[in-house]
Design a protein around this ligand. Structure first.
Ligand SMILES: Nc1ncnc2c1ncn2[C@@H]1O[C@H](COP(=O)(O)OP(=O)(O)OP(=O)(O)O)[C@@H](O)[C@H]1O
Ligand SMILES: [Mg+2]
Length: 597
């Protein structure tokens, strides 16, 4: 994690454009300063050639055409050729430099952002849609670097072109220049307000575009449900509404950005007219040469292109800032882990085989009380089962042990060590876990199992696949274990997916096993076979087994019954049945349904 320092020091949110630009400069662009200076030199060359070109028009008329001087034709022509040559050469080089730096920054930005996001707590992901994050990762980072490149090139190249052309016009006649730009100050106020408006609608645009990505993400993730409920027309029409919103807002931005050059053109027309009347009469009276007039008009004609682009810069900056702010805000999200910056993780060896103890643990999410003052023990090397109705808080307990959730009140200990003092990575590397949610990646079955232990030997992986009865179905595929499982495992059945998850956990083989309904999608026979496999593997491991089915857990060393976030009874199967309480009710119910045997 070589960049993590940078990522975690991003700290305060910056709404101030100056601070925002400074942050990107120091963290991303500054290291290329030498290359950027080289770029500036080439941009300067390219820009200044416009001034030279317009001034060479004067020589063309005053030295060649008006005195009909044939011999000067070649030398003036060669000078003009040389100007064009320098312009094309420097233009190419500066563009390459800007593109190279832009690509490097974009890559680093995306890399760092992913590293930052991937390390954030689950609570962040509970609140943020993957669609938004993909939009920020892919589109906003690109917008930042591409706009920064355009802005940089415009400011330097067009800035220098403008200065060189103004020098030429001033050199020819300062009064003509003054007349040509007479209307410019009028533009300052409308342009200022225009820029503010563009920034506002650019932020709006980025928000709606993120909504579009969220909508697409939901459509493609939920395509089966969408079809089953015939929601195609419904989703399509809400998508169309969003597209229309984006279209309208983009039109506004384009209109806003293009308004500045339009205003400039209008003012330029007035200037031209003034110079035409005033300067034209000076030429007629012989005060000025035709070369002066032609060079001045060439310079003026050339000025307006860079000037227009420069006037767009402010708009481009606003568009860039809208994305820059969104990306920077993501860098500013603090993870729970980093909130406790002062915590020094224990670096002595921890016995992860020890007891796991929950001491008065309360968990509140938003306003919801999920766990209410829960105290229990999972003795070292024993199998403890959790049972309770849906929503009782079982999975939350499992997530607390892995550090994915942190208690609002109370403490969790492993071998008498508070787990908040254990580096989450160390903690997790000692836990084999099967979560309730889908955990497969769009890779082969083999690779999905291997994730459990990246340095596992092939024989270990094959053994885990055999134990979890994965080979039983994978052997029927033409590519066997090397069959791709599809996005989120969509090419496998529910039970097959569970067996791959089980194989992964078995391969990992850690001192702590946490199993959240690992066999719900399996038939009774497969479930029985897997329980036999588990029994072998979890021997002497500290295990928490969550299940709705009493048949899966009745041999556990201890069963904890949980209801609405509170522990209501605990004991062995036989003890609990005698209690004639909730467990016994569940047992009787499942006996009637034939699930408890
Ligand atoms: N991110 C969250 N924000 C707010 N509440 C949540 C969040 N995750 C879960 N909950 C709530 O916490 C309660 C317990 O959830 P949990 O997943 O622990 O239940 P469970 O016992 O595992 O249920 P099931 O048997 O259905 O898997 C539920 O009422 C759920 O609505
Ligand atoms: Mg659950």
């Amino acid at each position: 994690m070589k960049n993590s320092k940078l990522i975690e020091t991003s700290n305060k949110k910056a709404d101030d454009p100056y601070l925002l630009i400074k942050w990107y400069w120091t963290n991303y662009f500054k290291k290329y300063w030498l290359l950027l200076i080289l770029g500036i030199i080439f941009m300067g060359l390219e820009g200044s050639m416009l001034g030279l070109l317009s001034y060479s028009i004067k020589a063309m008329f005053d030295e060649v055409f008006v005195p009909s001087n044939q011999s000067a034709l070649i030398s003036v022509g060669l000078i003009i050729f040389f100007i064009f040559f320098l312009r094309s050469f420097s233009g190419l080089l500066q563009r390459l430099i800007v593109t190279w730096v832009g690509q490097k920054v974009e890559k680093l930005l995306q890399q760092n952002l992913l590293e930052k996001l991937i390390n954030l707590d689950i609570t962040f992901y509970d609140k943020t849609s993957p669609g938004i994050l993909i939009e920020r990762m892919r589109v906003d980072t690109r917008l930042i670097t591409s706009s920064a490149g355009t802005i940089f090139m415009t400011l330097v190249k067009d800035g220098i072109a403008l200065i060189s052309l103004v020098i030429v016009t001033l050199y020819i006649d300062w009064k003509w220049t003054l007349i040509a730009f007479i209307g410019a100050p009028i533009l300052i106020i409308p342009i200022y307000f225009l820029q503010k408006w563009i920034r506002k609608i650019s932020v709006e645009n980025r928000n709606i575009e993120a909504d579009l990505s969220i909508s697409l993400d939901e459509i493609f993730h939920g395509i089966s449900i969408l079809k089953l409920y015939s929601l195609q027309t419904y989703r399509l029409s809400s998508f169309k509404i969003l597209l229309e919103k984006v279209r309208k807002i983009k039109l506004k931005i384009e209109g806003g950005v293009a308004s500045t050059p339009a205003l400039i053109d209008f003012i330029a027309g007035i200037g031209f007219l003034g110079v035409m009347i005033f300067g034209g009469s000076q030429i007629v009276s012989g005060e000025k040469s035709i070369g002066d007039f032609m060079a001045f008009f060439t310079a003026m004609a050339l000025i307006f292109e860079p000037l227009r682009r420069l006037s767009n810069v402010a708009g481009n900056i606003q568009v860039m800032l809208a994305s820059a702010e969104k990306v920077h805000n993501l860098f500013c999200v603090k993870s729970e882990f980093y909130k406790n910056k002062n915590v020094k993780f224990i670096n002595k060896d921890i016995n992860f085989n020890g007891d796991i103890y929950f001491e008065n643990v309360t968990l509140i999410k938003g306003k919801k009380l999920i766990l209410n003052n829960v105290t229990f023990l999972i003795p070292s090397g024993k199998l403890v089962a959790l049972i309770g109705k849906s929503g009782a808080g079982k999975s939350s307990i499992l997530k607390l042990i892995t550090g994915i959730l942190t208690p609002t009140k109370g403490k969790i200990f492993i071998d008498n060590i508070d787990i908040s003092l254990i580096d989450p990575q160390v903690l997790r590397s000692n836990i084999s876990v099967i979560m309730q949610e889908n955990q497969l990646f769009d890779e082969t079955i083999y690779e999905n199992v291997k994730i459990g232990k990246l340095n596992a030997k092939k024989s270990e992986i094959l053994n885990a696949c055999k134990l979890a009865h994965v080979s039983e179905f994978s052997d029927k595929f033409p590519e066997k274990l090397f069959t791709k499982v599809g996005p989120r495992g969509s090419n496998l059945s529910g039970g097959q997916r569970q067996r791959v998850n089980i194989a992964r956990a078995l391969l990992r083989d850690c001192p702590i096993f946490l199993l959240d309904e690992p066999t719900t999608a399996l038939d009774h026979k497969s479930e029985d076979l897997l329980h036999k496999a588990f029994k072998q593997v979890i021997q002497n491991k500290t295990t928490l087994y969550i299940s709705h089915r009493i048949s899966s857990i009745k041999n556990a060393d201890k069963i904890i019954v949980i209801k609405e976030g509170k522990i209501i009874e605990e004991g062995t199967h036989n003890n609990l049945i005698q209690n004639k309480s909730l467990y016994n009710d569940l047992y009787n119910l499942q006996k009637i349904e034939g699930k408890s045997e």
